[in-house]
Design a protein around this ligand. Structure first.
Ligand SMILES: *[C@@H]1O[C@H](CO)[C@@H](O)[C@H](O)[C@H]1NC(C)=O
Length: 122
C-alpha cells in the first residue's frame, strides 16, 4: 500500500502527459512519419495556420482550398505536421500544391517550412 501511494503522483503526471499528447501517436512516435486523414481537424487547422503564416511574410498571398495529404511525426518536444495543401493565388488562377511543415507543442505552433510542391514534383 505504501509502495503504491508513493508512485501515485508520478503516475498521475505520466497519465496527464499521455492524454495531452494523444496516446497512440506517443506510443508509435520517434521519428517515423505517419499518415493522417486529410479530413482530420488537426490537419485542417494546421494547414490553414500554415497558409496564414506564409501570407504574413510572403507574396503572392494564397487562398486555402483543401488538404491534399497530411502526415505527422512525433518528436521529443511535440509533433511535426507535414501537410500538402491545395491553394490558389487568386480566383482566376489554377490550384497548386504547397508543402508545409508545422511544429506543434501544447503551448505554441510554428511554421517550419513552406514550399511550392507543384514545382518540386516536375
Ligand atoms: C507554384 O508552382 C506552380 C507550378 O510551377 C505555379 O503555377 C504557381 O504559380 C506557383 N505558385 C507560386 C505562389 O509561385
Amino acid at each position: 500500500m505504501a509502495y503504491n501511494s508513493h508512485y501515485l503522483p508520478i503516475l498521475t503526471i505520466l497519465a496527464a502527459v499521455f492524454l495531452f499528447f494523444d496516446l497512440p501517436s506517443t506510443v508509435l512516435g520517434n521519428g517515423e512519419w505517419q499518415e493522417v486523414d486529410p479530413n482530420d481537424p488537426k490537419a485542417l487547422v494546421n494547414g490553414i495556420f500554415a497558409i496564414d503564416e506564409h501570407n504574413k511574410v510572403a507574396e503572392p498571398k494564397l487562398l486555402f482550398e483543401s488538404i491534399f495529404k497530411a502526415e505527422k511525426q512525433v518528436v521529443e518536444q511535440g509533433i511535426n505536421y507535414r501537410i500538402v495543401i491545395q491553394a490558389v493565388k487568386d480566383s482566376r488562377s489554377f490550384s497548386s500544391l504547397y508543402q508545409a511543415i508545422v511544429f506543434v507543442t501544447p503551448k505554441f505552433k510554428k511554421l517550419i517550412s513552406f514550399n511550392n510542391f507543384s514545382t518540386k514534383s516536375d
